[in-house]
Design a protein around this ligand. Structure first.
Ligand code: ZN
Ligand code: ZN
Length: 245
């Protein structure tokens, strides 16, 4: 199994990114990816981009240097009720939306609170991808079974990325979540969370985990381009419908 696209990347549009969009796309092409999605942080994060960035996204070319370019965003969950910092009116320009917990926005909470928060996010129709929820289990541990069932019921896709395997507790949490995704049939996606061009498409740790857990290839959204593009069409249609409400 391999990945054909990386939907979780950052560029120097946000202050802690260290490459241009062109560098990122060229590196994705070198790695043999067919598509790359750029998912900058939204303004609630101290390193987020301003809302005007999302307003003007509609001008992006659909293909650059022979690579499909997908328009994403990574929104911080900014309160324990699961509220996201991104107004609906900007969503019509997005192909997909990632929702993530970050320590800049929320420091930590007990297991019951984080469980409730993820179950709330699972019900938000604007969210497509649950970002790196295996990361920071010392701050954001949750009850895995009810949360993964809620993600299934809410039609969410669970993301894993290679930068979440640096610490043993993060790695363990990712494996437990991945096993639960297998148990409940929740689709997963592999992202790099690259902040430098050289990291785009990195997926070695995630692919090893998926192999070891025995998750079928058909459950990995970005292991096949047709599957990914059908998934993007569905996510995009949801955004347009929501923006019109
Ligand atoms: Zn993140
Ligand atoms: Zn990120």
């Amino acid at each position: 199994m391999r990945t054909v696209a990386d939907l979780h990347t950052h560029t120097s549009a946000c202050p802690h990114g260290h490459c241009t969009r062109a560098e990122l796309i060229l590196r994705a092409r070198e790695r043999g990816l067919a598509a790359v999605g750029i998912s900058e942080h939204v303004q609630a994060n101290p390193d987020g981009v301003p809302m005007s960035y999302f307003e003007n996204m509609k001008a992006w070319l659909p293909e650059v240097y022979g690579i499909r370019l997908l328009r994403g965003a990574e929104a911080d969950i900014c309160d324990w009720r699961g509220k996201l910092f991104l107004q609906r009116r900007y969503m019509k320009n997005l192909d997909y939306l990632i929702a993530s917990l970050h320590r800049h926005s929320l420091a930590s909470a007990d297991r019951a609170t984080v469980t409730r928060t993820w179950c709330g996010v699972a019900e938000d129709p604007a969210v497509d991808i649950i970002g790196h929820c295996g990361r920071d289990p010392d701050r954001f541990a949750f009850e895995i079974d009810p949360v993964i069932r809620a993600f299934r019921d809410g039609g969410k896709t669970v993301e894993f990325n290679d930068s979440s395997f640096g610490r043993e507790d993060h790695r363990k949490m990712c494996y437990l979540i991945c096993e639960a995704c297998g148990k409940y049939g929740v689709p997963v996606i592999i992202g790099s969370d690259a902040h430098y061009a050289r990291s785009v498409g990195e997926a070695e740790n995630c692919l090893r985990m998926i192999r070891e857990v025995g998750l079928p290839e058909s459950q990995v959204v970005n292991a096949d381009l047709d599957r990914l593009m059908a998934w993007i069409s569905a996510a995009r249609a949801k955004k347009v419908a929501l923006a019109g409400r």
